[in-house]
Design a protein around this ligand. Structure first.
Ligand code: PEP
Length: 255
């Protein structure tokens, strides 16, 4: 009942706009005709309009990798939600662990950004996840539950219905080390239990929880077997059109 969502996070990939256009066009044409799956690409800001144009006649949607919560003002270097909408975005990544780790993002700033995305009609993809130290200390679920609860405090019920959560264990991002399907399912089920407490039941059941962390063509099929894994947030493998197309076409025997 939940439409799987497969999102590619290009991070700070130094593509030229021509290279970005070619990669997005390849994904767009390989996604044409896909049914029952939502596909999203999140390029750096300077490539947003290029990518949006390249996928315009395909099922692929575009996401920003970040936003600021104010709509205007003296905030040098920042980009607002309405600017992302104007550039062709329907989604925005919020609170990626790299932003928490390197740019001082906290549950407070994540909540402000989730609220700002809601206010301009963007679908927030709110990222949560524990570090290896936290997992080894047995506090992974405490950390994740706190991130989920605190991240949602600015969200309206209407906005909740558009929310996407991405569970990304920090130890699995860009490391080649993936959470096992059992580990992913355990956390996703726990996140859904939190959602049942904070959201109306129908909404909690319908929200998509993505897994992220070294998702590749070789592990997507088994991850997508998990009942509470509703898609993937893909970093490295989204930079290769063939790999990303294999991922979005997961469990299709013809590939
Ligand atoms: C990510 O960028 O969110 C990510 C999960 O990266 P990777 O797939 O490369 O681990």
């Amino acid at each position: 009942m939940r439409t799987p969502l497969l999102a590619g996070n290009w991070k700070l990939q130094p593509l030229t706009r021509a290279e970005a256009r070619a990669l997005a066009a390849a994904v767009g044409s390989g996604a044409r005709g896909i049914a029952g799956r939502d596909i999203v690409l999140a390029p750096p800001f300077t490539m947003l309009t290029t990518v949006a144009e390249a996928v315009a006649d395909s099922p692929v949607a575009v996401a920003g990798q970040n936003l600021y919560w104010e709509k205007s003002g003296a905030f040098t270097g920042e980009i607002s939600g309405p600017m992302l909408v104007d550039a062709g975005c329907r989604y925005v990544l919020i609170g990626h662990s790299e932003r928490r780790q390197f740019f001082g993002e906290t549950d407070y700033t994540v909540a402000k950004k989730v609220g700002a995305a809601d206010a301009c009609g963007l679908n927030p993809v709110m990222c949560v996840g524990e570090t290896l130290e936290q997992r080894d200390a047995g506090v992974a679920m405490v950390v994740i539950e706190k991130q989920v609860r605190r991240g949602l405090v600015e969200l309206t019920t209407e906005g909740l219905a558009r929310l996407v959560i991405a569970y990304e264990p920090v130890w699995a991002i860009g490391t080649g080390r993936t959470a096992s399907p059992e580990q992913a399912q355990e956390v996703h089920a726990a996140i859904r239990a939190v959602l049942r407490e904070v959201a109306p039941r129908g909404i909690a059941e319908s929200l998509r929880i993505l897994y992220g962390g070294s998702v590749k063509p070789g592990n997507i099929d088994e991850l997508m077997e998990c009942p509470d894994v509703d898609g993937a947030l893909v970093g490295g493998a989204s930079l290769n059109a063939d790999d990303f197309l294999r991922i979005i076409h997961f469990q299709e025997s013809s590939l």
